[in-house]
Design a protein around this ligand. Structure first.
Ligand code: PGA
Length: 254
Protein backbone atom coordinates (compact mmCIF):
# COMPACT_ATOMS: atom_id res chain seq x y z
CA UNK A 1 0.00 0.00 0.00
CA UNK A 2 2.79 2.47 0.82
CA UNK A 3 5.56 3.02 -1.70
CA UNK A 4 8.80 1.30 -0.77
CA UNK A 5 11.46 3.79 -1.71
CA UNK A 6 15.23 3.90 -1.79
CA UNK A 7 16.68 7.34 -2.53
CA UNK A 8 20.34 8.16 -3.10
CA UNK A 9 21.52 11.55 -1.85
CA UNK A 10 24.80 12.14 -3.65
CA UNK A 11 25.39 15.44 -1.80
CA UNK A 12 28.30 17.38 -3.41
CA UNK A 13 30.00 14.29 -4.84
CA UNK A 14 30.90 12.87 -8.29
CA UNK A 15 32.36 14.78 -11.21
CA UNK A 16 30.38 14.63 -14.45
CA UNK A 17 32.09 11.54 -15.85
CA UNK A 18 31.67 9.71 -12.58
CA UNK A 19 28.01 10.75 -12.43
CA UNK A 20 27.36 9.38 -15.91
CA UNK A 21 29.04 6.12 -15.14
CA UNK A 22 27.20 5.68 -11.83
CA UNK A 23 23.85 6.19 -13.55
CA UNK A 24 24.84 3.88 -16.41
CA UNK A 25 25.83 1.19 -13.89
CA UNK A 26 22.54 1.55 -12.06
CA UNK A 27 20.53 1.34 -15.26
CA UNK A 28 22.43 -1.63 -16.55
CA UNK A 29 21.99 -3.50 -13.31
CA UNK A 30 18.27 -2.69 -13.23
CA UNK A 31 17.89 -4.00 -16.78
CA UNK A 32 19.32 -7.34 -15.64
CA UNK A 33 17.74 -7.74 -12.24
CA UNK A 34 14.81 -5.85 -10.75
CA UNK A 35 14.64 -4.81 -7.10
CA UNK A 36 11.77 -5.10 -4.67
CA UNK A 37 11.59 -1.32 -4.25
CA UNK A 38 8.64 0.47 -5.81
CA UNK A 39 10.73 3.55 -6.50
CA UNK A 40 14.43 4.22 -6.78
CA UNK A 41 15.29 7.91 -6.63
CA UNK A 42 18.59 9.58 -7.49
CA UNK A 43 19.41 13.01 -6.04
CA UNK A 44 22.51 14.29 -7.85
CA UNK A 45 23.78 17.89 -7.73
CA UNK A 46 21.55 20.45 -9.50
CA UNK A 47 23.76 20.90 -12.55
CA UNK A 48 23.45 17.22 -13.54
CA UNK A 49 19.65 17.08 -13.40
CA UNK A 50 18.87 18.34 -16.91
CA UNK A 51 21.01 15.78 -18.67
CA UNK A 52 20.25 12.89 -16.32
CA UNK A 53 16.51 13.53 -16.65
CA UNK A 54 16.75 12.29 -20.23
CA UNK A 55 18.32 8.96 -19.33
CA UNK A 56 16.47 8.33 -16.08
CA UNK A 57 13.12 8.74 -17.89
CA UNK A 58 13.96 5.61 -19.91
CA UNK A 59 14.17 3.35 -16.86
CA UNK A 60 10.96 2.27 -15.21
CA UNK A 61 10.86 2.82 -11.47
CA UNK A 62 13.79 5.27 -11.53
CA UNK A 63 13.17 8.91 -10.60
CA UNK A 64 15.15 12.10 -10.10
CA UNK A 65 15.26 14.37 -7.08
CA UNK A 66 16.92 17.70 -6.35
CA UNK A 67 18.72 18.11 -3.03
CA UNK A 68 17.16 21.50 -2.24
CA UNK A 69 15.36 24.42 -3.87
CA UNK A 70 14.46 28.03 -3.14
CA UNK A 71 11.09 28.98 -1.69
CA UNK A 72 10.36 31.69 -4.28
CA UNK A 73 9.32 30.92 -7.85
CA UNK A 74 11.72 33.41 -9.45
CA UNK A 75 13.56 36.61 -8.67
CA UNK A 76 16.81 38.23 -7.58
CA UNK A 77 18.28 35.32 -5.59
CA UNK A 78 21.76 34.85 -6.98
CA UNK A 79 22.92 31.26 -7.03
CA UNK A 80 19.54 29.75 -6.23
CA UNK A 81 17.28 27.31 -8.11
CA UNK A 82 13.48 27.38 -7.99
CA UNK A 83 10.86 24.63 -7.93
CA UNK A 84 9.38 25.62 -11.34
CA UNK A 85 12.86 25.25 -12.87
CA UNK A 86 13.13 21.72 -11.48
CA UNK A 87 9.64 20.81 -12.61
CA UNK A 88 10.39 21.90 -16.16
CA UNK A 89 13.31 19.45 -16.32
CA UNK A 90 11.27 16.41 -15.35
CA UNK A 91 12.49 16.21 -11.78
CA UNK A 92 9.86 14.64 -9.52
CA UNK A 93 11.19 14.94 -5.96
CA UNK A 94 13.02 17.55 -3.88
CA UNK A 95 14.87 16.75 -0.67
CA UNK A 96 14.10 19.47 1.86
CA UNK A 97 15.43 20.11 5.34
CA UNK A 98 18.42 17.80 5.23
CA UNK A 99 20.34 18.29 8.47
CA UNK A 100 23.32 19.61 6.49
CA UNK A 101 21.07 22.34 5.04
CA UNK A 102 19.68 23.08 8.48
CA UNK A 103 23.14 23.28 10.02
CA UNK A 104 25.35 24.88 7.34
CA UNK A 105 22.72 27.03 5.63
CA UNK A 106 20.64 27.95 8.69
CA UNK A 107 17.41 26.46 7.38
CA UNK A 108 14.70 26.74 10.03
CA UNK A 109 11.42 24.86 10.42
CA UNK A 110 9.63 28.02 9.32
CA UNK A 111 11.72 28.48 6.17
CA UNK A 112 11.21 24.80 5.37
CA UNK A 113 7.43 25.25 5.62
CA UNK A 114 7.66 27.74 2.76
CA UNK A 115 9.97 25.49 0.73
CA UNK A 116 7.56 22.56 1.17
CA UNK A 117 4.75 24.74 -0.11
CA UNK A 118 6.80 25.96 -3.08
CA UNK A 119 7.61 22.38 -4.07
CA UNK A 120 4.01 21.17 -3.72
CA UNK A 121 2.79 24.15 -5.76
CA UNK A 122 4.67 22.65 -8.72
CA UNK A 123 3.26 19.17 -8.13
CA UNK A 124 6.69 17.98 -7.07
CA UNK A 125 7.06 15.70 -4.05
CA UNK A 126 9.12 16.85 -1.07
CA UNK A 127 11.32 14.32 0.71
CA UNK A 128 11.15 16.08 4.04
CA UNK A 129 14.04 15.30 6.40
CA UNK A 130 13.78 15.38 10.15
CA UNK A 131 15.95 14.02 12.96
CA UNK A 132 17.58 14.88 16.24
CA UNK A 133 21.15 15.72 17.24
CA UNK A 134 23.04 13.47 19.63
CA UNK A 135 22.45 15.70 22.67
CA UNK A 136 18.68 15.37 22.21
CA UNK A 137 18.91 11.59 21.82
CA UNK A 138 21.02 11.38 24.97
CA UNK A 139 18.38 13.23 26.95
CA UNK A 140 15.69 10.98 25.42
CA UNK A 141 13.77 13.92 23.97
CA UNK A 142 14.00 12.76 20.34
CA UNK A 143 10.30 12.16 19.76
CA UNK A 144 9.28 15.62 20.96
CA UNK A 145 12.08 17.17 18.91
CA UNK A 146 11.04 15.46 15.67
CA UNK A 147 7.34 16.10 16.33
CA UNK A 148 8.11 19.80 16.57
CA UNK A 149 9.97 19.74 13.24
CA UNK A 150 6.96 18.07 11.60
CA UNK A 151 4.41 20.34 13.24
CA UNK A 152 6.22 23.56 12.37
CA UNK A 153 7.11 22.68 8.79
CA UNK A 154 4.22 20.47 7.61
CA UNK A 155 1.08 20.80 9.68
CA UNK A 156 -0.32 23.83 7.89
CA UNK A 157 -0.77 21.61 4.83
CA UNK A 158 -4.16 20.23 3.86
CA UNK A 159 -4.77 16.49 4.13
CA UNK A 160 -4.60 16.22 0.38
CA UNK A 161 -1.21 17.90 0.22
CA UNK A 162 0.44 16.06 3.12
CA UNK A 163 -0.30 12.84 1.24
CA UNK A 164 2.16 13.93 -1.46
CA UNK A 165 5.06 14.05 1.01
CA UNK A 166 7.75 11.49 1.75
CA UNK A 167 9.35 11.79 5.17
CA UNK A 168 12.95 10.82 5.90
CA UNK A 169 13.94 10.29 9.51
CA UNK A 170 17.68 10.87 9.79
CA UNK A 171 19.17 11.00 13.28
CA UNK A 172 22.03 13.48 12.90
CA UNK A 173 24.36 11.33 14.97
CA UNK A 174 24.02 8.54 12.41
CA UNK A 175 24.67 10.57 9.23
CA UNK A 176 28.04 9.79 7.68
CA UNK A 177 29.33 8.53 11.03
CA UNK A 178 29.10 4.79 10.48
CA UNK A 179 26.95 4.69 13.58
CA UNK A 180 23.48 3.50 12.54
CA UNK A 181 20.34 3.69 14.59
CA UNK A 182 19.39 0.17 15.64
CA UNK A 183 16.43 -1.38 13.85
CA UNK A 184 14.46 -0.93 17.09
CA UNK A 185 15.38 2.75 17.41
CA UNK A 186 14.40 3.36 13.79
CA UNK A 187 11.08 1.53 14.07
CA UNK A 188 10.26 3.28 17.36
CA UNK A 189 10.79 6.72 15.84
CA UNK A 190 8.98 5.87 12.62
CA UNK A 191 5.97 4.66 14.62
CA UNK A 192 6.08 7.88 16.63
CA UNK A 193 6.18 9.99 13.44
CA UNK A 194 3.25 8.05 12.01
CA UNK A 195 1.25 8.47 15.17
CA UNK A 196 1.96 12.21 15.20
CA UNK A 197 0.74 12.38 11.59
CA UNK A 198 -2.36 10.37 12.55
CA UNK A 199 -3.17 12.76 15.41
CA UNK A 200 -3.24 15.63 12.95
CA UNK A 201 -4.55 14.02 9.75
CA UNK A 202 -6.19 10.76 10.80
CA UNK A 203 -5.19 7.13 10.60
CA UNK A 204 -5.76 6.54 6.88
CA UNK A 205 -3.63 9.44 5.70
CA UNK A 206 -0.85 8.61 8.14
CA UNK A 207 -0.85 5.01 6.93
CA UNK A 208 -0.33 6.14 3.33
CA UNK A 209 2.81 8.23 3.91
CA UNK A 210 6.18 6.60 3.21
CA UNK A 211 8.73 7.18 5.98
CA UNK A 212 12.36 6.48 5.04
CA UNK A 213 15.29 5.93 7.39
CA UNK A 214 18.63 7.62 6.72
CA UNK A 215 21.99 7.54 8.47
CA UNK A 216 24.81 5.08 7.66
CA UNK A 217 22.40 2.72 5.96
CA UNK A 218 24.32 0.10 3.97
CA UNK A 219 23.82 -3.33 2.40
CA UNK A 220 24.76 -5.06 5.65
CA UNK A 221 22.12 -3.35 7.79
CA UNK A 222 19.37 -2.29 5.35
CA UNK A 223 17.46 -5.56 5.53
CA UNK A 224 17.13 -5.42 9.31
CA UNK A 225 16.18 -1.73 9.34
CA UNK A 226 13.66 -2.03 6.48
CA UNK A 227 11.95 -4.92 8.29
CA UNK A 228 10.40 -2.41 10.71
CA UNK A 229 6.63 -2.16 10.18
CA UNK A 230 6.79 1.62 9.77
CA UNK A 231 10.06 1.76 7.82
CA UNK A 232 9.32 2.17 4.12
CA UNK A 233 12.85 2.43 2.78
CA UNK A 234 15.93 4.58 3.05
CA UNK A 235 17.59 7.86 2.18
CA UNK A 236 21.12 6.79 1.44
CA UNK A 237 24.20 9.03 1.42
CA UNK A 238 27.63 7.40 1.23
CA UNK A 239 26.40 4.00 0.04
CA UNK A 240 24.49 5.59 -2.86
CA UNK A 241 27.77 6.56 -4.53
CA UNK A 242 28.41 2.96 -5.53
CA UNK A 243 25.90 1.26 -7.84
CA UNK A 244 26.32 -2.23 -6.38
CA UNK A 245 25.89 -1.06 -2.78
CA UNK A 246 22.98 1.21 -3.61
CA UNK A 247 21.10 -1.49 -5.50
CA UNK A 248 21.85 -4.07 -2.83
CA UNK A 249 20.07 -1.70 -0.43
CA UNK A 250 17.20 -1.35 -2.95
CA UNK A 251 16.86 -5.16 -2.82
CA UNK A 252 16.73 -5.27 0.95
CA UNK A 253 12.96 -5.33 1.44
CA UNK A 254 11.39 -8.59 2.56
P1 PGA B 1 24.84 8.57 5.04
O1 PGA B 1 23.99 9.90 4.74
O2 PGA B 1 24.09 7.43 4.44
O3 PGA B 1 26.16 8.83 4.38
O4 PGA B 1 24.95 8.48 6.53
C1 PGA B 1 22.60 9.87 4.77
C2 PGA B 1 22.05 11.24 4.44
O5 PGA B 1 22.67 12.24 4.81
O6 PGA B 1 21.02 11.36 3.77
Amino acid sequence: MRDRIVAGNWKMNKDWDQALSLVADIQQSLSQETTNSDKIILAPPFIYLAELAKTVAQTQGLFLSAQNCHQEEAGAYTGEVSAPMLKALGVEYVILGHSERREYFSETNELLASKVEAVLNQNLKPIFCCGEPLSVRESNMQEAYVNQQLTESLFKLSAERISEIVIAYEPIWAIGTGRTASAEQAQEMHASIRSHLADQYGHDIAQGISILYGGSCKPSNANEIFAGADVDGGLIGGASLNAADFLAIARSFE
